[in-house]
Design a protein around this ligand. Structure first.
Ligand SMILES: NC(=O)c1ccc[n+]([C@@H]2O[C@H](COP(=O)([O-])OP(=O)(O)OC[C@H]3O[C@@H](n4cnc5c(N)ncnc54)[C@H](O)[C@@H]3O)[C@@H](O)[C@H]2O)c1
Length: 539
């Protein structure tokens, strides 16, 4: 079933045979047009848009140079992506209007992009791009060292690739992986599969990681952005450079070519660990600010003026997204389990992840304290969370701080409602028995989580406000930035507690909420107390 509720029948073996035949005929036609055949494995947040970018690329003569088959397993949870994409509809939701336009153009007008569920597509490929997930499974909420890398999807994909591709096909791994993976995991899998098929040549394996930012600049963050790449040998390096130069805007954003895949794999892990670390570092200063009358938002704005410090950013209610909570941990894991070192050289990287993983729990403390100040207990309080995604203007809920806010407040006895303009279904709750993997929901770190399976996203924000005791502003979605306090209190029907997790409220709004009888608290916003006192004194 698609997020919009449309049902699709899963394909049978007979369907698959027909699909393979259809692909062979189609690819023969495309080859006659002189097009390179590209298969993108994994139509997730990265693969679906990367597939469209490749399909949209042009030869120097202005004609399409590639025919792209996006390949996705026909699993009950993701099969819907295939029929939707074949209609020209993007399987991901984003604030970037170019995503929908690009996919519709490639599927309906240029006819350079299709989606399929059969691995037989791989036999027809000149280039295979691997965009499947490589997860890190944590055993505890606040110690990432105890977790382990789950490479199953990647290893299975590579085995299937090795069994089917032409020996001359380039395999480009874009998945974020523990350093060492391309040469120590991918190479042996594909090489052995080749040997079983009597192929003696080396596979042509390359690595180039994604820096995609699904948001307002989703498409540009893939196409018009700098890339790092590498290959396992000179031929792989040359092939990946030629390919990326033919699909990305490398004239304005030149490629960085590194010697070995372990270097480009490490670059990705260090890049994201750096980001996770500067975010984690602000957690303690956020607490400091709350306890000492400091508005961290103004402090950060003051510091950012200095060019050397312009990338300092407020961490919000936890650092979600698929990547920052796991990538550093993939590095630690690879150091030990792929590269064979037993000593423990890592201090900052895991600490940053652990701090970020638990930051959201503090929001529940703020809600509790705000309600207490209003003389209301948190047990049975009605609480509306505005924003489920991990960041503004995307529909991606993976490892969002918002999830932990819901879980903690629920175990404290609150009744939760949730609104998010970009999220249709919040699978982390609806499917918490099996998502992200059976036994690996973050539900297991909390009590009383069963009823959250019934949590549904409210579509009408104003209706959802009716009668709530507290409202948590969790994400900087455009729809939440300009909320008018008068309108909010009218929609709620009474004064309520407002918890600002992401510096959404300016001082004028904070003041107005107090004047309307509300209580306000915010992460990193210790100056709120001053505003409250000044309203009380009537200034
Ligand atoms: N999402 C981001 O913002 C982002 C940014 C940079 C890098 N990355 C990295 O890119 C990679 C992909 O991330 P994503 O966000 O697109 O993940 P995703 O989970 O959205 O997509 C992965 C897709 O691969 C499919 N898949 C798994 N096994 C398959 C198989 N055997 N055959 C075909 N399809 C298969 C899954 O069903 C899923 O649709 C990850 O390594 C991630 O760390 C993601």
């Amino acid at each position: 079933m698609s997020p919009q509720g449309e049902r699709f029948r899963l394909p049978t073996a007979a369907d698959e045979a027909r699909e393979a035949q259809r692909l062979r005929a189609r690819v023969a036609r495309e080859r006659r047009e002189g097009r390179e055949i590209v298969v993108v494995m994994g139509l997730g947040f990265v693969g679906s848009v990367m597939a469209a970018i490749v399909a949209d690329s042009q030869r120097p003569d202005g004609k399409p140079g590639k025919f792209v088959m996006g390949m996705q397993r026909p699993s009950p949870r993701s099969f819907w992506k295939i029929p939707l994409l074949n209609r020209g509809v993007a399987p991901v939701k984003s604030e970037d209007p170019e995503v929908d336009v690009l996919i519709a153009r490639c599927v309906r007008e240029k006819k350079t992009l299709i989606a399929t569920y059969t691995y037989e597509a791989l036999r027809l490929a000149d280039v295979v791009i691997v965009d499947v997930q490589c997860d890190y499974l944590k055993e505890t909420l606040d110690n990432c060292r105890t977790g382990t890398t789950d490479m199953l999807a990647l290893e299975e994909s590579l085995a299937i690739i090795g069994e089917r591709i032409s020996p001359s096909a380039l395999v480009l791994i874009e998945t974020t992986v523990p350093p060492g993976t391309t040469e120590q995991v991918a190479y042996p899998i594909v090489k052995k599969a080749f040997e079983r098929r009597g192929i003696s040549s080396d596979p042509i394996l390359a690595h180039s990681y994604e820096r995609v930012m699904p948001g307002r600049n989703y498409v540009a963050s893939i196409r018009d952005f700098w890339r790092v790449c590498s290959g396992i040998h000179a031929e792989a390096r040359e092939r990946v450079v030629t390919f990326l130069e033919s699909v990305l805007n490398t004239r304005e954003y030149p490629l960085t070519v590194l010697d070995r895949p372990i270097e480009s794999e490490t670059a990705k892990i260090v890049e994201n660990s750096y980001r996770a670390t500067i975010l984690a570092f602000l957690d303690e200063w956020s607490r400091f600010a709350e306890r000492n009358g400091v508005d961290l938002r103004k402090v950060i704005d003051a510091i950012r003026v200095r060019p050397t410090h312009s990338n300092i950013i407020f961490p919000g209610p936890g650092i979600g997204g698929y990547c920052l909570p796991k990538d550093g941990a993939l590095g630690l894991w690879g150091y030990r389990h792929l590269l064979g070192w037993h000593d423990d050289i890592f201090r900052m990287t895991p600490l940053a992840i652990d701090i970020n993983d638990t930051r959201a729990l503090h929001v529940a403390e703020l809600v509790r304290d705000a309600l207490r100040n209003m003389g209301r207990p948190i047990a049975a309080a009605e609480i509306l969370l505005l924003g489920a995604a991990y960041r503004e203007d995307v529909g991606d809920t993976r490892y969002s701080g918002a999830e932990l806010i819901v879980r903690r407040l629920t175990e404290m006895g609150a009744e939760m409602r949730v609104h998010d303009p970009y999220v249709e279904r919040w699978w982390e709750f609806e499917a918490q028995d099996e998502y992200p993997k059976p036994g690996y929901s973050r539900a297991r770190f909390f009590h009383r989580q069963d009823k959250l399976k019934d949590l549904r996203i409210e579509k009408d924000m104003w209706k959802a406000m009716a009668g709530v005791d507290a409202m948590v502003l969790a994400v900087r979605h455009a729809a939440y930035l300009e909320l008018d306090p008068e309108q909010v209190v009218r929609a709620v029907g009474k004064p309520c507690a407002i918890i600002d997790c992401f510096c959404l409220l300016d001082d004028a709004r904070i003041r107005r909420y107090f004047e309307l009888g509300c209580e306000v608290k915010g992460m990193g916003r210790g100056h709120i107390q001053r505003i409250k006192e000044s309203v009380r004194r009537g200034h």
